[in-house]
Design a protein around this ligand. Structure first.
Ligand code: ATP
Ligand code: MG
Length: 264
């Protein structure tokens, strides 16, 4: 395997800008550039030659059936797992938020956010972020006293305090109720505008993908089988005439009959 750029391995990510095998700084505007990435577990191929390029500030949603390899790809992008083949260049400043907040239960909210950072430098940003995610005054709360939505807000703050160039989100709102989800959509877009990371956003929710993303990719049989770019401004997407068309295309790609809601 050719690894053009290997970056520090960390669930939360941080560090110096990535360099390629010759020590050159890659194009600062490209945060993900992978080609022909493969991954198998035992003799079962999961990723079968993935090509993906993501620019700084882009919001990319990934759809795919359960077991299609979405999390596997995210884990490879986060250096939590290794590809078996292909070339990878991924910005080293990256953060991950999973479906569950994964806060340390024996640390209060603020130390959870600051974990692994230079706390003196990051403290002001952490306080600002807590306020931005609507949790002002929560610094000393214990994780077990937080609701699911609050815990995910802390996880977002923890991810962003590292000022990632790439924010990797694995179904971050899947466990939340519908109303909390809508609030989290608004919040994640606000934070994305303010902190300007590229976002790699895994979801099962086709509508969520259409509402949030610049580009939607469908993963199936180990490859991206469909790519749809959306240029309609986000605040016009709910009533947008093209919404249902894109929705139908994506559902068909996922093998779901949008008329009946059932699988083919
Ligand atoms: N560590 C592992 N060892 C063996 N098989 C694995 C491992 N991790 C993932 N797999 C398998 O790889 C396939 C892809 O898993 P992955 O978690 O990437 O799917 P996914 O698209 O994220 O699914 P979901 O939507 O259910 O989260 C699955 O069949 C899974 O069982
Ligand atoms: Mg998954």
């Amino acid at each position: 395997m050719t690894i053009i750029s290997e970056a520090p391995v960390s669930a939360t990510g941080s560090g110096e800008p990535a360099t390629d095998a010759l020590g050159r700084r890659p194009d600062a505007e490209t945060v993900v550039d992978i080609t022909g990435v493969t991954k198998s577990f035992g003799d079962r191929p999961v990723l079968d030659g993935i090509d993906l390029k993501i620019s700084r500030g882009e919001f990319v949603a990934i759809l795919g059936a359960s077991g299609s390899g979405k999390t596997t790809l995210l884990r490879i992008l986060a250096s939590l797992d290794h590809a078996n083949g292909g070339s990878l260049h991924v910005a080293s400043q990256r953060s991950v938020v999973f479906q569950d907040a994964r806060l340390l239960p024996f640390e209060r909210v603020l130390p959870n956010i600051l974990l692994g950072t230079d706390a003196r430098k990051a403290r002001a940003t952490a306080s600002a972020l807590l306020e931005e995610v609507g949790l002002r005054g929560y610094e000393k709360r214990w994780p077990k006293t937080l609701s699911g939505g609050e815990a995910q807000r802390v996880a977002l703050a923890r991810a962003l305090v590292r000022e990632p160039h790439l924010l990797l989100l694995d179904e971050p709102f899947a466990a939340l109720d519908a109303l909390t989800r809508i609030k989290m959509h608004v919040l994640v877009l606000q934070l994305w505008h303010r902190y300007d990371p590229a976002v790699f956003f895994i979801t099962h929710d086709v509508d969520e993908a259409i509402l949030l993303a610049d580009r939607i990719l469908v993963l199936s049989d180990g490859r991206f089988s469909r790519e749809i770019s959306i240029t309609t401004p986000r605040d016009q997407r709910r009533g947008w005439a093209g919404f249902n068309k894109v929705r139908r295309q994506l559902l068909a790609e996922l093998g779901v009959d949008s008329e009946t809601g059932g699988e083919h």
